[in-house]
Structure formats: C-alpha cells, structure tokens
Design a protein around this ligand. Sequence first.
Ligand code: ADP
Ligand code: MG
Length: 275
Amino acid sequence: MTYTIEDTVLVDIQVDHFEYEPGKKILDNIHQKIHNITRPDVTQGQVLALLGPSGIGKSTLLELIAGLQKPTKGSIQVYDENKQALVPTKTGTAGMVYQSYDLFPFLTVRGQLELGARKGGLTGKDAEDKINFHLEHFHLREHARKYPNQLSGGQRQRLAIAQQLLCSTKLLLMDEPFSGLDPILKASICELIADVAQLHEHMTVIIVSHDIEPTLSIADTVWLIGKTPEGAATVVNTIDMMAQGLCWRKDIREDLKFQQLVLEVERKFGSLMGK
Ligand code: ADP
Ligand code: MG
C-alpha cells in the first residue's frame, strides 16, 4: 500500500517534563510530532497508539494533549485548519472519550448530540445536519430517543465518540477503549476506530492502551511508553506499522509477522517499567 508522510505536522508534542507535585516527574523528555499521512484515492486519517504498562503515565499524556493539563515545562501544539498553522492545544481542541464513556444519564441520544453540537459552536441547520449525519453514521438513528441506560455498551461507546466528534472534528483521544471487553467486542471497536480515522483527511485518533494485540492491530504508528532510570514515563520506542505493511488490513491477525510483533512487544513490556 503506498502512502506519503507529509511535512504538515498535525500534533507537535514538546514536553520537557510534567509533574503533579514539584520534583516528581511523571513525564520526561517527550518530543514527538504527528505528521499528516495521505494515501491515493482514500480519505486517510490515522491512528496513533500509546502503548505501555498500567500506571506509567499514559492517561496523563493524553490529558496534556487534550489541554486539560499543561506541561510543567514544554508545549503541545495542534494544527488549526483555519489558520493553517500550529496553535497551542486547549480544552475543547480534542474530543476525549473516557473508558466510562461519560454520558449524561438524563439526556436522550439526540440530546447528547445536541449538547456536543452546541459545545462545538454549531447552530441551526448546520447542527441539525451534522447530528443527523452522526446518528446515521454510527447506527444510532433508531435509538435517538433513548437514554444511556437503555443502550448497549457498544451503542454507548458510539454515542460518546459521535458526541466528541461534534465538538472536535479532527482530533479524537480514546483512553483504554478495549478495557473490560471480550475479543469480539474488541474487534468491533477496532473497526469503529478505523472508520472514524477515515472521516477526514486530517482525522487523528490517539488511543491509549495496555492491551497489546488489539492496539497493534489498529494502529498506524505505535509509541511504546516506558520509564527513564529516574522513573518518569517517556517514549522508548516507535513502531511504524505502515512501513512494515502491518496496517489497513482486516486480515492482520492472521499474518505471521504481526503475530511475531505481538510476542516481541509482550516480551518488551516487562522491561518497560524500568529500574
Ligand atoms: P496510566 O494511564 O499509564 O495508567 P496515569 O497517567 O493514570 O497512568 O498515572 C501516572 C502516574 O501519575 C501514577 O503514578 C498516578 O498515581 C499519578 N497521577 C495520576 N493522576 C494524578 C493526579 N491528578 N495527581 C497526582 N498524581 C496523579
Ligand atoms: Mg490510564
């Protein structure tokens, strides 16, 4: 599969360090850029995975990208379509889908999407059209009048994604999307993530996970998160799934090369905790 990694940077992460309490670094020396990727004849966003053991600092890094936390020293910038330039990330820049799918229990499916549209500054017919598009696209139309407790787990997750895409159209962050799911549901989430990545040329889905196999199966690029000798989290390795021909394929799990990579990363995991 041919593809081009362009010069345009969609997310520029320059975190010298981040600490919750003075003197205790949680993240250290994370300097990474996410470039735009194009493929001929395909609307091509991308899936970046942050893969690392539990408790290491992955959710923290996601919160920094979302602008919910600021680096203690450093900056994070995100591509602004209107300005055609990088601007500092801030609350609302990215859509964030938490493990718990944070939905409002007292709002219907349509109500949740209307709220997302309002947050995204959409009004009138524009809001109506986009809400209808997402209801259709995420197979929620027939459930539009239901409340979250009347939906299945998969429907709730699709709703949470749709709601976030209404307020933030190009950057979607997902924290542990596979957590607590059986293999069949994990596979359907992978399909959903691939589908979201193809909504827009600049669409960037960043998933954070400690679940190696499904994460590798859906990612275009993987950053392995490990510890520095001082115990802070940093990117210890980057895996380019595209260069290895291990992405954009439904049959990936059957590929021996893929299975070997899963084993290799599993073996690496033990040493990622450092010290
Ligand atoms: P992961 O997502 O990889 O499991 P986290 O980013 O949630 O890891 O946590 C990394 C470290 O930061 C942990 O040691 C955790 O206890 C600490 N931590 C997370 N949130 C806070 C907070 N709000 N205040 C202080 N420490 C925190
Ligand atoms: Mg976490």
